[in-house]
Design a protein around this ligand. Structure first.
Ligand code: ADP
Length: 798
C-alpha cells in the first residue's frame, strides 16, 4: 500500500488540545493530517485540497459544526466528502439527528475510543482510495476510447481525402508534407517513396516554382491561408493548371499544428480565361485596323506564346493560297518554317487545303509519326516537318457566311501543350472574328474606292449617267446636271424617257460598248429644254445597267463652225479683190487690146483699191491675232474728238457710194479724250465703213460726237439693215457675222467689231449698239475725257 498516494484528512476543532488528541489517534494511519481551528478555516482548506474524510467538531464559536457541514454539502467539489461529527456535549437525539441531516456519515461522542475512531476513518480512507482508483480507471478507459475514435475518424478522413477528385495533402507546421492523397499519386505518377516531403516541388512547372516557393515562405511566416495558381506536371509529362490552397489548423492554444492543402484542377477554366483574354485583345486589334494583313500578323504574334508555339495564317487571294502571317516562339524556326513552306507548299492532302475546301476545322491533339508520314510527300519533307517538333496542332477556317477566306493554324512543340476540343472552339471563334475583320477591311477598301470614284464623278467635267436595266436614272453627276440643265433631284429614280424628251432617238445615236474602255464617242446634236446642244457621248453596258458619259461640245462646235465659216469668208473676201486685181492686170497685159489712157488708169486704180482692201483685211487679221497675244502697242494721248471725226469722215467720203450721204455733227468745244489716236480712228472708221456697207439701199450715215458727263460719246447711225436684238451682243465676238441671208450676202471677216471692242476696252471706254432689224443701227463709243481718265490712270500699253 505504501506506493499508494497519501490522502488528506481534515481535522476541525476550535480547541488545540482536541486537535492534538485527534492527530495522536490518527497519526498511525500514515496519512496527511490537516488541522483547522474554525469552520471558516476548514472551508478554506477545502478550496485547495481534496480530502478523504472530515472530522468536524460540533461546538465551535462562529460557524458551528452543523453550519460548516451545510456549507460543505452545498459545494459541488466537497459535497461527497464523508463527515464524522465529534461532540462532547450534544448527545441528545435531536442533535444527533441534526448531525445526520447535515450529511454526517457518523456521530462520535467524546471521549472516543481511539481504536474505533481510527478504524472508522480508515474505512473512509479506503473508500476514498477505491473511488479515486475507479475514477482513474474510468478516465483511462475514456482516453482509450477517444484515441480509438480519433483513429477511426482519421481513417475516415483519409478515405474521404483519397476518394476526392482533388489533390489533398497535409504538412507539418514547417510546411513539410506529411501526407498526399491517392489523387496526387495518380496524377503525378510519384510513389510514396519518391514523393517525400518535397514531392510537390518536383511536380510544379519550373517557370512557376520560384514564385510558389516565395509565396509559401510568406504564408508559413504569417499563418495566412496559402493560395497560388501553378502548373502541375502529370504522369504523362503534360502540365495542367491547378489552384493550390492550404489552410493552417491551429491547436487549443492558437498555435499552428499542421496545414491541410488542396489543389484543384483549373486548367480548363484557366485556358478559357486565357483564351477570352486573348480574344479580347485580338478583338481590339482586329477591330481597329483596316489593313488586314498587318492585323493578321499582329494576331499571330499575339497568339505566340499565349496560346501556341507557332501560328500561321493562309489566305486565298484571287484563287491562290498565300501564307500571309507566321510567328514562332523560336525566331530561328520562322526561317526554317518559311523554307519548308516554300519547298513544299500545301498540297491536296494538307490540312490547310482540306479546311479551305470543306470549311471544317481539324484537330490533332497529339501529332503521331503516322500522321507526319501521311501529311508529307517524301522523306525530306517528312524529316524537315519532324524537325519542327510538332506535338499538337489545329487548323480552323477563316469563314464568312458564304465562303472560306483562308485558315489559321496553331501548333505546339516546345511547351508540350496539347490542344483539345475547348481549344478548337476557341480557335474557331478567333477564325470567325479574323474573317469578319478581313471582310470588313475588304468592304472598306471597296467602299473607299467607290467613295473616291464618286468624288471623281462629282468633280469631272464630263456628264456621267447610270440608267439601270429598267430604264431608271440611278446616277446623275453634277456635270450631267450642268450640261443638260436637269437637276439631280428631278431626275434620280425616274425613267430616263420621262426626264429627257426624245431619249429613245438619242440613245440610238450613242454607241454602247460591252467592255469599259473599248467604246468610242459619237457627237450628235440634241435639243434639251429648248436649247440646241452638241453632245459627244458613249456608253458602257454593265450588270446594273448602262453608264453614259458625255461632254458638251456646243461651244467647240460653234467655234469650229465659226472657224470654217471664217475660212470660207476670208477666202471669199480675199478672192474678190484678188480676182479684181488679177482681172485688171490681165486686161492691161493683153497684147491684143489697145487700152485708152482712161481705161488704163481706171484698171490701175482698181488694182490699187483692191490691194488696199486686201491690205486692210490682212491688217485686221494681224491686229486680231496681236490683240489675242497681247502684242498690240498703244500710244495713249489726249485726242481731239472733232479732228478725229473730221479725219475719218473725210477718208471715208472718198469711197462712199452715191446713194449714201455722210452727215457729221460734232458738238463745239468738246473736251479731249484719252486714246491712241490711230487706233481710235480705226474704230470710228470701221463703224462708218460698216454703216455704209450694211446700208445696201443707201441712206444717211450720221457721225456725231457729243459730251456726256465726264465722257465723250461718238455715235455712228445708219438707216440700213439693222441687227436683230438676239444678235446685238454676239456681233462683238471674234469672227461673228450675221447670217448672210440677213445681210444680203455682204462680205466681211467678222473681225471689225471684235477689234473695235477690244481697243475701246483698253481705252477704258465702252462700245454698244442700238438697233432694230430693218430700221438701221446706231453704234456708240464712249470714252473718258482727258481730265477724267487722269484721275483714274490706266496702263498705256497691254
Ligand atoms: P464684218 O467684216 O463682217 O463687217 P464686223 O465685226 O465689222 O465684221 O461686223 C460683224 C457683223 O455685224 C457683220 O457681219 C454684220 O452682220 C453686223 N453689222 C455690223 N455693223 C452693222 C451695221 N451697221 N448694220 C447692220 N449690221 C451690222
Amino acid at each position: 500500500m505504501s506506493e499508494e498516494p497519501v490522502v488528506n484528512l481534515l481535522l476541525v476543532d476550535d480547541r488545540e488540545e482536541n486537535l492534538v488528541a485527534l492527530r495522536a489517534i490518527l497519526e498511525p494511519l500514515g496519512e496527511n493530517l490537516i488541522s483547522a481551528r474554525s469552520g471558516e478555516e476548514a472551508l478554506r482548506a477545502l478550496l485547495h485540497e481534496d480530502f478523504a474524510c472530515i472530522l468536524l467538531d460540533v461546538q465551535m464559536p462562529g460557524l458551528d459544526g452543523f453550519d460548516t457541514a451545510d456549507l460543505i454539502k452545498q459545494r459541488e467539489r466537497s459535497k461527497s466528502i464523508p463527515i464524522i461529527f465529534l461532540t462532547a456535549i450534544s448527545k441528545e437525539e435531536q442533535h444527533v439527528f441534526r448531525g445526520y441531516s447535515a450529511g454526517a456519515v457518523d456521530y462520535l461522542f467524546k471521549p472516543f475510543d481511539p481504536q474505533v475512531l481510527r478504524s472508522k476513518v480508515a474505512v473512509f480512507i479506503d473508500l476514498h482510495r477505491k473511488t479515486a482508483e475507479l475514477r482513474r480507471q474510468g478516465e483511462l478507459l475514456r482516453e482509450r476510447d477517444v484515441t480509438e475514435e480519433r483513429r477511426v475518424s482519421e481513417d475516415r478522413y483519409r478515405q474521404l481525402a483519397d476518394a476526392m477528385p482533388q489533390i489533398v495533402w497535409a504538412a507539418d507546421r514547417e510546411g513539410c508534407a506529411t501526407y498526399y492523397n491517392r489523387r496526387w499519386y495518380e496524377y503525378t505518377g510519384q510513389s510514396v517513396e519518391s514523393a517525400g516531403e518535397a514531392g510537390w516541388k518536383l511536380a510544379v512547372h519550373p517557370d512557376d516554382l520560384p514564385a510558389a516557393v516565395a509565396r509559401r515562405a510568406e504564408t508559413l511566416a504569417s499563418g495566412d491561408v496559402y493560395e497560388f495558381e501553378y502548373r502541375f506536371r502529370a504522369s504523362d509529362g503534360t502540365y495542367r493548371w491547378h489552384l493550390a490552397r492550404a489552410v493552417p489548423i491551429r491547436g487549443a492554444g492558437g498555435a499552428i499544428d499542421f496545414w491541410i492543402g488542396t489543389a484543384t484542377d483549373i486548367h480548363d477554366h484557366k485556358r478559357t480565361q486565357q483564351a477570352q483574354r486573348f480574344l479580347l485583345e485580338t478583338g481590339e486589334l482586329l477591330g481597329t485596323s483596316l489593313d488586314y494583313l498587318d492585323t493578321l500578323e499582329a494576331v499571330t504574334r499575339a497568339a505566340v506564346p499565349a496560346i501556341a508555339d507557332w501560328a500561321a495564317v493562309h489566305i486565298v487571294d484571287e484563287g491562290q493560297l498565300r501564307q500571309v502571317a507566321l510567328a514562332h516562339v523560336d525566331a530561328q524556326k520562322i526561317v526554317f518554317a518559311e523554307e519548308l513552306q516554300q519547298r513544299y507548299p500545301p498540297n491536296e492532302q494538307s490540312a490547310i487545303t482540306q479546311v479551305i475546301r470543306t470549311g471544317r476545322s481539324q484537330l490533332a491533339s497529339e501529332v503521331t509519326d503516322a500522321m507526319l508520314r501521311q501529311g508529307t510527300v517524301d522523306e525530306l519533307h517528312y524529316e524537315l516537318t519532324r524537325e519542327l517538333g510538332l506535338e499538337s496542332f489545329l487548323c480552323v477556317p477563316l469563314s464568312v457566311p458564304d465562303r472560306v477566306l483562308g485558315t489559321i493554324m496553331l501548333g505546339t512543340a516546345e511547351s508540350g501543350r496539347r490542344y483539345d476540343e475547348t481549344d478548337l472552339l476557341f480557335a474557331e471563334e478567333l477564325g470567325r472574328r479574323a474573317a469578319t475583320a478581313i471582310e470588313n477591311a475588304r468592304l472598306y477598301q471597296v467602299a473607299d474606292e467607290r467613295a473616291q470614284a464618286s468624288r471623281v464623278l462629282e468633280s469631272v467635267a464630263d456628264g456621267v449617267v447610270l440608267v439601270d436595266n429598267e430604264g431608271i436614272v440611278r446616277l446623275w453627276n453634277p456635270a450631267a446636271a450642268r450640261i443638260t440643265g436637269f437637276r439631280l433631284e428631278d431626275v434620280i429614280g425616274r425613267p430616263i424617257v420621262e426626264v429627257v424628251p426624245g431619249w429613245e432617238q438619242l440613245a440610238l445615236r450613242i454607241p454602247v460598248a460591252d467592255d469599259p474602255g473599248t467604246g468610242r464617242a459619237e457627237t450628235t446634236p440634241v435639243e434639251l429644254g429648248g436649247r440646241e446642244l452638241w453632245i459627244s457621248g458613249s456608253g458602257v453596258e454593265l450588270d446594273e445597267g448602262v453608264v453614259y458619259a458625255f461632254r458638251d461640245l456646243t461651244e467647240e462646235r460653234a467655234l469650229e463652225q465659226m472657224r470654217s465659216d471664217f475660212v470660207a469668208t476670208v477666202s471669199h473676201e480675199l478672192r474678190t479683190p484678188l480676182a479684181a486685181i488679177y482681172g485688171a492686170a490681165l486686161t492691161i497685159l493683153r497684147p491684143d487690146l489697145e487700152l485708152d489712157e482712161e481705161l488704163h488708169d481706171h484698171l490701175l486704180q482698181v488694182i490699187a483699191d483692191e490691194s488696199d482692201r486686201l491690205a486692210s483685211i490682212v491688217e485686221d487679221l494681224l491686229v486680231a491675232s496681236h490683240l489675242d497675244s497681247g502684242k498690240v502697242r498703244f500710244a495713249i494721248t489726249d485726242c481731239d474728238p472733232a479732228d478725229l471725226v473730221t479725219g475719218v469722215v473725210g477718208a471715208a467720203g472718198i469711197h462712199v457710194p452715191d446713194n449714201v450721204q455722210l452727215v457729221v455733227h460734232v458738238e463745239p468745244d468738246l473736251p479731249r479724250v484719252r486714246a491712241d489716236a490711230n487706233q481710235l480712228r480705226q474704230v470710228i472708221g470701221n463703224l462708218v465703213d460698216n454703216a455704209v456697207k450694211y446700208s445696201p439701199d443707201g441712206g444717211e450715215v450720221r457721225v456725231a460726237a457729243t459730251a456726256n458727263g465726264g465722257s465723250v460719246r461718238f455715235s455712228v447711225s445708219d438707216s440700213g439693215l439693222g441687227i436683230p436684238a438676239s444678235e446685238q451682243r454676239r456681233i462683238f465676238e471674234k469672227f461673228y457675222r450675221l447670217d448672210p441671208n440677213m445681210t444680203r450676202g455682204i462680205g466681211g471677216t467678222g473681225l471689225g467689231l471684235y477689234i473695235s471692242s477690244e481697243l475701246v476696252r483698253r481705252f477704258d471706254g465702252r462700245i454698244w449698239v442700238d438697233s432694230r432689224e430693218g430700221e438701221g443701227s446706231t453704234f456708240h463709243v464712249e470714252l473718258p475725257t482727258a481730265s477724267q481718265s487722269q484721275r483714274k490712270r490706266t496702263p498705256v500699253a497691254s
